[in-house]
Design a protein around this ligand. Structure first.
Ligand code: SAH
Length: 381
């Protein structure tokens, strides 16, 4: 077992005191408990090497009592910054870059932001890395747009880490617990990175959602595709589609795919991703998935397969009622919140769907989180 100096205080890895096997067993039992009588679960698929899997690393910046810069995480349920230099689940290169930035602040006279007084510039650093492409994005989140000696700072950072492919300044002047603000400026490179999943290339921008564990995401998507049973003739919906990953992978085995997503940045990425992968049988729409499906259903549109991958809070009855009205033979539900999954599966059962099976995929080793894919089939004809 590995040791972490901030194990108890950070609260990120609840299961670090278990072996990996024990942890998978615990997650399986947890899923079985939550989904009892709703969805049979026989397995949680684990990772071969469950360390340093996170491709996205966020560090909050602050200072200690002497005014020295520190970076790390918020102590659980608080706004106290706990200094962290390396983490067992984060990408090691990303941690290294964050350490370099921390070390550069003094000589560049950059003050870290103080939440209480509102003084200081640097609030957060976000690093995203495409594991398959090696591309690295650094996002410097500042309290104001004025960033003295910005160009020299970026130049010095790139000299120390030539592997960085793009640097972005994001401006977040608000008193908020959200990491990123609405305004951003590309300081170096193309402003996004790319990664490869299931043989498709994906563009990732600073603010769009991308799965944090790409190795296990491939396992997850392969399961989702297996459950979907596509033959090339189907009309498919990819709801809560993010940057279009599931829909684009599915488009190779379907007639037509429609993706819907709330976040405009993610939709923009999805459209470009479809083009880059030469997927011309997929289209994306920005909006609330529930509203969008209600409209489709009201227009009498049909679907053969619906993929749904809502956030942790789950889906809505509005969405699920409309999805059922479109009459898909199969619904593939990808979930990162087993309790909302249990709730939603029960609702879909009332709408004429049978829950066939489900499987857990360990996307977040050492943490209490687990991802699930469930297959539902229609029984009312
Ligand atoms: N399927 C994608 C993204 C899943 S995360 C993938 O595998 O990468 C869930 C996504 O749902 C996020 O991109 C989030 O922006 C989006 N979302 C949240 N609420 C939504 C809503 N009401 N309607 C549509 N999309 C929503």
């Amino acid at each position: 077992m590995k040791q972490c100096p901030v194990f108890k205080k950070c609260g990120g890895c609840q299961y670090l005191n278990l072996t990996y096997e024990e942890q998978l067993e615990k997650k399986k039992k947890e899923l079985q408990r939550l989904l009892k009588g709703t969805c049979p679960i026989h397995e949680v698929i684990g990772m071969e090497n469950p360390w340093h899997y996170r491709n996205k690393v966020h560090a909050v910046f602050s200072h200690d009592r002497k005014g020295n810069p520190i970076s790390g995480v918020y102590q659980e349920n608080s706004h106290i910054v706990l200094p962290v230099e390396s983490c067992l689940i984060e990408d090691e290169k990303a941690d290294e870059i964050i350490g370099t930035i921390r070390g550069m602040l003094k000589s560049f006279k950059i003050r870290t932001y103080d939440e209480d007084t509102g003084y200081g510039l640097l609030r957060h650093v976000l690093v995203k890395r495409g594991f398959a492409t090696g591309e690295i994005m650094v996002v410097l989140v500042t309290a104001s747009p004025v960033f003295p000696s910005r160009n020299n700072f970026v130049k010095a950072l790139r000299q120390k880490h030539p592997e960085i492919t793009t640097v972005i300044q994001n401006i977040n002047g608000r008193d908020t617990s959200m990491v990123l603000g609405d305004r951003e400026q590309v300081l170096y490179g193309k402003g996004y990175i790319e990664d490869i999943l299931c043989g498709c290339r994906f563009r990732i921008s600073a603010r769009s959602f991308y799965q944090v564990n790409p190795v296990q995401t491939e396992v997850l998507y392969a399961k989702a595709m297996e459950y979907a049973g596509l033959t090339g003739k189907e009309t498919v919906i990819d709801a809560y589609c993010g940057i279009g990953t599931i829909g684009i992978v599915a488009s190779r085995r379907a007639k037509q795919v429609t993706g819907v997503e709330l976040n405009p940045d993610a939709v923009r990425d999805a459209v470009r991703n479809a083009r880059a992968n030469k997927a011309d049988n997929i289209r994306f729409f920005q909006g609330d998935a529930g509203d969008f499906l209600q409209k489709m259903a009201a227009n009498g549109e049909k679907a053969d397969v619906v993929f749904m991958d809502p956030p942790r809070s789950g889906s809505t009855e509005r969405f699920m009622a409309a999805a059922a009205a479109m009459g898909p033979e199969r619904i593939v539900y990808v979930s990162c919140g087993p309790d909302t999954l249990a709730r939603d599966l029960k609702y879909l059962r009332k709408k004429g769907y049978r829950v066939e099976k489900g499987v857990g995929v360990d996307l977040f080793p050492w943490t209490g989180h687990v991802e699930t894919v469930a297959l539902l089939t229609r029984y009312i004809v």
